[in-house]
Design a protein around this ligand. Sequence first.
Ligand SMILES: Cc1cc2nc3c(=O)[nH]c(=O)nc-3n(C[C@H](O)[C@H](O)[C@H](O)COP(=O)(O)OP(=O)(O)OC[C@H]3O[C@@H](n4cnc5c(N)ncnc54)[C@H](O)[C@@H]3O)c2cc1C
Length: 404
Amino acid sequence: MAGFSLALDDDQQQIRNWVHDFAERVVRPAAAEWDEREEFPWPVVQEAAAIGLYGFDFVANAALDPTGLTLPVALEELFWGDAGIGLAVFGSSLAAAAIFANGTAEQHGEWLPQCYGTADRLMLAAFCVSEADAGSDVSSLRTRARLDEATGEWVLDGAKAWITNGGIADVHVVVATVDPALGGRGQAAFVVPPGTAGLSQGTKYRKHGIRASHTAEVVLDGVRVPGRCLLGGKERLDERLARAREAQASGAAQPAMSTFEATRPAVGAQAIGIARAAYEYALEYAGERRAFGRPIAEHQGIGFLLADLATEIDAARLLVWRAAWQANHGGLHRGEGSMSKLKAGRVAVWATERALQILGGQGYTRDCPVERWHRDAKIYDIFEGTEQIQQLVIARALTGLRVG
Ligand SMILES: Cc1cc2nc3c(=O)[nH]c(=O)nc-3n(C[C@H](O)[C@H](O)[C@H](O)COP(=O)(O)OP(=O)(O)OC[C@H]3O[C@@H](n4cnc5c(N)ncnc54)[C@H](O)[C@@H]3O)c2cc1C
C-alpha cells in the first residue's frame, strides 16, 4: 500500500465539485419525477452529454487516472444525486468496460465511441450476460453463438434477462456460449451493432427501485453479426478454447470469478452515494425536528445512530478507495474489490433504512426522498454479483479452496 493517499489532487477535487454541482442542480430536482414515470430520463442524460459527463471521453479519462480514485469519486457524487438517473448516465459504461477489457485496439476504436454517441446524437450501450436461468451462475448461459463458416458470420440465439438499457441501446454486448461442454470457459462476447435484425426488447421490468434506469429482456433470434464483432478475435478465442479443453482433460480447477474484481469498487462507490445522501438528509432533519422539548439529535438513541451512520459510510468508502487504488497498483489478490462492493451495498441498505427511521412517519411517504433512496439501495446487494457471490469470491481468494 506504499504511496496510497486519501488526498485528492486538484483535478480530482475539480471533477468531484463539477459532478456534485450537476447532481445537485439537475439530477436531484428531476429524480422523483423519473422514479414515478419509470422511464429512461432522456432529457437528463442529454444534459449530462452536453456538459461532457455522459460520453466516452469522460469515462476514458477517469479510467486512465493512475490513482484509480477519480471514477469512484465522480460516481459517489452522481449517485448522491439519484441512483436511477445515475445508472441511466453510467449504464452504457458497463458495456464499454467489457469492450475495453476484451476487445482489440481496432474494436476499441470502432465500438467504444458508439456506446455513447455525441451530445447531438446520443447512443446507449447494454451489457447482456444474465439469463432467466443463469444470474449468479454465469457458467450455465444458454444463449448460443455458432459460426456460419460459409459467410464468416456469427449467429446468436437466446434470451437475456434483466439487462440495463436492454433493447433501447444502440450497441449490445452479448455474452454467449460457443462450446457448452466447457461451461464458463466456453463463452465469448460479441458486439451486436446498431440496427441488427433479430435483436429485440422483451418484457420491460417494473422495479422496486432505480426506476429511472431501463431494465428489460433482450431476445436474440438468429442475430447475424460479422466476424469482426467477436471481441478479441477468432484466433484468441481458438487459443482460449484449446487451453480450456486441455485444462478440462487434466481436471484443473476453473479460475476464481475474478473478471469483475477491478470494476466492483466503482459499483461500491454508487452505493455510498445513496448512503451518504440518506445520512445527510437524516442529519439535517434530526437537528431540526423536536420531540420531548429538544431536537431529536440530542436524544442519545438518535445521536449515536448518526455517529454509526457516518462511521459505516466512511469505512465503506475507505474499502472502495483502497480497492480502486490497488487495482492500479499491483492488483487485487484477497478479494478486495468484492469486499468493497459487499460492504458498500450492505451499508447503503442499512443506512437508508436507519435514515428512514430517523425521519419517522415523514420518511415513509413518497414525498420524502429517503423513501426512494431506501428502495434504490437494495439493488446493490443484488446486481454486479449478489452479496453471497461477493462472499464466495472473497472466501475463495482467502482460502484458495473451492468454497461453494
Ligand atoms: C435492476 C437490475 C439491473 C441489472 N442489469 C444487468 C445488466 O445490465 N446485465 C446483466 O447481465 N445482468 C444484469 N442484471 C442481473 C443481475 O446481475 C442478476 O440479477 C444477479 O447476478 C443475480 O442473479 P439472479 O437474479 O439470477 O439470482 P440467483 O443467481 O438466482 O440468486 C438468488 C439468490 O441465491 C443466492 N445464491 C446463488 N448462488 C449462490 C451460491 N453459490 N452460494 C450462496 N448463495 C447463492 C444469491 O446470492 C441470491 O440471494 C440486473 C439485475 C437487476 C435487478
